[in-house]
Design a protein around this ligand. Structure first.
Ligand SMILES: *Cc1c(COP(=O)(O)O)cnc(C)c1O
Length: 669
C-alpha cells in the first residue's frame, strides 16, 4: 500500500511524458532504472518545500561518467546509437592502424560535455548527492553532443556530427512540462528532461534538468540552438546558447516549483539567469538579488571570457534584458563582457586554484578583495579503479571506511614501510596497466615498459605536442635510458585552427617514426572521452601535464591519476602548484613571474621541451631500475612516490572542495 503511494507521488511530482508507456517499464514502486525510487521523491519534495536553502547549480556542460559510475539500467536493449563508436588509432605502427580499430561495445557517457569543465560539474553534482544537499542542477540537452573526432590519415582532425538517441538513454526522461524563452522577435519553447544523479550510497539524488529546443513549435533556426555544445561558428548561436541556459534555466526552476535560494553560475555562460530574475526589479530588489548569486570562473585564457556587442544583444533580446546586461556588464562602450557581468552581479566570486586566484587578482584588480579560491577536485568513487579499491580494502586498518570518508587516503604513508603493501600496490597498478595493454592489444604494448600519457583538450596553452618537439632527442632517450610507450589523445574545438594544427603536427611526426616502433611506440587515440580518460588516468606509469603557466586554471586529470598511484610529470601550474611539496612526481619548466600573467601565445617550446626531456630521462631511468623486465625492486623510491600520490588524493578531491564551497561560497552548514 505504502509503496504504491510512492509511485503515485513520483508521477505527481515528475510529469513524465510517456504516451507509449516506454519509461513506465523501468519505473515501478521501488525502482527507477535499477535505483531506489524513494530518493527521487524525497529530493523533489525537498526542493519544493521552501524549508531549506536550496541551490541551483548552472553549467553549460556535464560529464557525469554515466557509463562507468552509478550506471542506470533499462529493460530495453541498448540502442546502437548510444554505443561507443568504433574508434581508429593513429600510431607509428601503421600496419596495426590500417587493419584494426578499437571496439568497446558499451554505452556512451551522456554526451553533454566537452572536457574538464563538464567533468568537474559532473563530479561536483555527484558529491552534492553524496552529501545529500538540496540542489537542482541545470544544463542543456545537446542533441548532437559536442562532436565526434575522426582522424584523416596524416592530415589531422575531421570533426563530425555526433548522433545519439536521448529517447532511449537509460535514466534520461522527458517531461510534459514546456517552458518559453521570449526573445525580441520570437518565442522559443523548451522541453524539459531530467536525469537523476544518485549518491554513492544510492540513497539521495540531485535532479539534473536539461533544456531542449529541438521541438515542434520552434522555427528551424531555433531548433538548432541546443544541437551542439559550444557552437561558435556564428555569434548569434553562441549568444543564444547562453540565453537558453540562463533564461531557460530560471523558467524551468519556476515551472517545477523549486524554491531556490542560491544560484551558482559556472563561467559567464550562465549569467543570463540573473537578467531573467532581474526583470521589473528596482534598485533595492536588485541588490538583494545579487546576494543570491555566486560565480565561479574557470579559466584565465582570453577565449574563455565571452564578449558580445551591445548591438547584437539588442538584435536578439528584448530591450529591458539588453539594457540590464549593458548596465552590469559593459566593458567598453558598445561591448558587454560576461565575466565582468558575472562578477558585478554576484555576492561571492571564486577562482579554481590558488594560482588561478593570483592570476585573477592581476587580471581584475578592481575585484581583488572579492576573489577567493576553491581548488578543484575529482569525485573519488568515479575515478578510483577497481583494483585500487580492492587494494585499499585489503588494508582496512589504514583505509578504514573509505566509503564514508575518502580523506582517509592521507594515511597512505603509514604503509610506506610495509613490504606487502608495496608489492600489492605495484600489482594493482600492473593489473590496470595490463587492461590498457589488452585494450591496445593489436599495438603490442608491454606492461613492463615505461608508459607516459598526455590526454586532454587540445588547446595551445596546454602544449599538446611538447613531448614531440625534438624527435631526435626522444629517440636518443630510448637508446640511453630504455624503451618508451607514449599515448596521446585529445579533441581540438572544431573552430580552433591552431588546435587543428597541433593534431596535424602530432600525426605527421608520429608517422615519420614508423621505423622506430621497436623502442618508441607512440599511439594517438581518436575521440578522447570520459571512458578513455578513466582507463588512461589509472593505467599508465606517468601522467604528463605541460600547460604554459599560469594559464591552466586548475586541471583535474592529474588528480584522477594520483588517486590511482600514477606519478606526475608536470609544469607548475593550476592544482599542481599546490602539490609541489608532496613527492608525487617531477616538476619542470617555465614559471611566470609573480605579479605578471605573461603572454599566452609565447609558448616557450624550446626551453620547456629541453627541460621535459631532462626530466623524462631521470624518470625513465628510475622506472627501469624499479621494474627491470618484470622484476620489481620493492624498495624503490618510485613506489614511495606512488604512495605519496595516493596521500595527495586526500586533498585533491571533490569532498574537500564541496566542504569549502559550503563554507566560503554558499555559506551553508
Ligand atoms: C578529466 C578530463 C578532462 C580534464 O582534463 P585536464 O587535466 O583538466 O585537462 C578532460 N576531458 C576528459 C574526457 C576528462 O576525463
Amino acid at each position: 500500500m505504502k509503496k504504491n503511494n510512492l509511485l503515485d507521488e513520483f508521477y505527481t511530482l515528475v510529469q513524465v511524458d510517456d504516451p507509449d508507456g516506454r519509461y513506465a517499464q523501468d519505473i515501478n514502486d521501488s525502482n527507477y532504472f535499477g535505483m531506489p525510487l524513494e530518493a527521487i521523491v524525497k529530493a523533489e519534495k525537498r526542493l519544493r518545500s521552501g524549508k531549506e536553502r536550496c541551490i541551483a547549480y548552472f553549467s553549460m556542460e556535464y560529464g557525469l561518467a554515466t557509463s562507468c559510475y552509478n550506471l542506470l539500467s533499462s529493460t530495453l536493449a541498448l540502442n546502437p546509437a548510444n554505443k561507443v563508436p568504433e574508434n581508429a588509432v593513429f600510431s607509428n605502427f601503421r600496419v596495426a592502424d590500417y587493419f584494426f580499430a578499437l571496439h568497446q561495445n558499451n554505452i556512451i557517457d551522456l554526451p553533454i560535455y566537452s572536457g574538464g569543465l563538464g567533468v568537474l560539474a559532473g563530479d561536483t553534482v555527484k558529491t552534492m548527492a553524496d552529501y545529500n544537499l538540496p540542489v537542482a542542477a541545470i544544463g542543456i540537452l545537446w542533441s548532437s553532443g559536442y562532436f565526434r573526432q575522426k582522424f584523416w590519415f596524416k592530415y589531422g582532425q575531421a570533426p563530425e556530427k555526433m548522433h545519439w538517441d536521448p529517447d532511449t538513454y537509460p535514466g534520461l526522461i522527458p517531461l510534459k512540462n514546456r517552458i518559453k524563452v521570449s526573445l525580441k522577435s520570437e518565442d522559443v519553447y523548451l522541453k524539459l528532461w531530467k536525469y537523476y544523479v544518485y549518491s554513492y550510497k544510492q540513497d539521495a539524488v540531485v535532479p539534473l534538468i536539461l533544456l531542449d529546443a529541438n521541438i515542434e513549435p520552434n522555427s528551424e533556426t531555433a531548433r538548432i540552438f541546443t544541437d551542439q555544445l559550444y557552437r561558435s561558428d556564428n555569434v548569434f548561436l553562441k549568444l543564444l546558447q547562453r540565453v537558453i541556459l540562463g533564461f531557460g534555466g530560471v523558467s524551468a526552476l519556476n515551472e517545477l516549483g523549486y524554491q531556490i535560494d542560491t544560484y551558482h553560475l559556472n563561467e559567464g555562460h550562465a549569467v543570463f539567469a540573473f537578467i531573467a530574475k532581474a526583470r521589473g526589479m528596482g534598485k533595492d530588489e536588485l541588490e538583494s538579488l545579487k546576494s543570491k548569486f555566486v560565480y565561479t570562473c574557470h579559466t584565465p585564457v582570453e577565449a574563455g571570457h565571452d564578449r558580445f556587442a551591445i548591438d547584437d544583444l539588442n538584435r536578439v533580446l528584448k530591450k529591458e534584458d539588453a539594457d540590464t546586461i549593458e548596465k552590469f556588464g559593459k566593458e567598453h562602450p558598445g561591448v558587454a563582457n560576461l565575466t565582468l557581468l558575472s562578477m558585478n552581479i554576484s555576492s561571492a566570486i571564486n577562482a579554481v586554484s590558488h594560482n588561478h586566484q593570483k592570476v585573477m587578482h592581476i587580471q581584475f584588480p578592481d575585484y581583488r578583495e572579492r576573489i577567493q579560491y576553491v581548488t578543484n577536485g575529482v569525485h573519488p568513487y568515479t575515478w578510483l579503479s577497481r583494483s585500487f579499491q580492492e587494494l585499499f580494502a585489503q588494508f582496512p586498518q589504514v583505509f578504514c571506511d573509505i566509503g564514508a570518508n575518502p580523506m582517509i587516503l592521507s594515511r597512505a604513508p603509514e604503509l610506506k614501510g610495509n613490504a606487502d603493501f608495496r608489492t600489492r600496490l605495484w600489482q594493482a597498478h600492473q593489473s590496470n596497466k595490463l587492461e590498457l595493454c589488452k585494450f591496445l592489444e593489436k599495438w603490442q604494448l608491454d606492461k613492463n615498459l615505461f608508459t607516459i600519457c598526455w590526454a586532454r583538450r587540445v588547446a595551445a596553452y596546454k602544449r599538446p605536442s611538447l613531448i614531440l618537439h625534438d624527435i631526435s632527442r626522444l629517440v636518443k632517450i630510448t637508446k640511453t635510458c630504455g624503451p618508451l610507450q607514449i599515448i596521446l589523445a585529445g579533441k581540438a574545438h572544431p573552430n580552433d585552427n591552431l588546435g587543428f594544427t597541433y593534431i596535424n603536427e602530432m600525426l605527421d611526426k608520429v608517422d615519420r617514426l614508423n621505423e622506430d616502433y621497436g623502442k618508441l611506440k607512440i599511439i594517438v587515440l581518436e575521440n578522447y572521452d570520459i571512458s578513455l580518460g578513466k582507463l588512461l588516468t589509472s593505467s599508465v606509469d606517468v601522467w604528463l601535464n605541460n600547460p604554459l603557466p599560469p594559464f591552466e586554471a586548475s586541471g583535474t586529470s592529474g588528480m584522477k591519476a594520483i588517486l590511482n598511484g600514477v606519478l606526475q610529470m608536470s609544469t607548475v601550474d593550476g592544482w599542481v602548484a599546490e602539490a609541489t611539496e608532496q613527492k608525487i612526481g617531477s616538476f619542470f619548466g617555465y614559471k611566470n613571474s609573480e605579479g605578471s600573467v605573461g603572454n599566452e601565445s609565447d609558448l616557450h617550446m624550446n626551453d620547456d621541451a629541453e627541460e621535459l626531456y631532462n626530466t623524462l630521462e631521470r624518470m625513465v631511468d628510475l622506472y627501469y631500475r624499479t621494474n627491470s623486465g618484470g622484476k620489481l625492486d620493492t624498495a624503490s623510491g618510485w613506489i614511495d612516490m606512488m604512495i605519496e600520490c595516493i596521500a595527495a588524493a586526500a586533498q585533491f578531491n571533490t569532498y574537500r572542495m564541496v566542504d569549502q564551497y559550503k563554507q566560503q561560497i554558499w555559506k551553508i552548514t
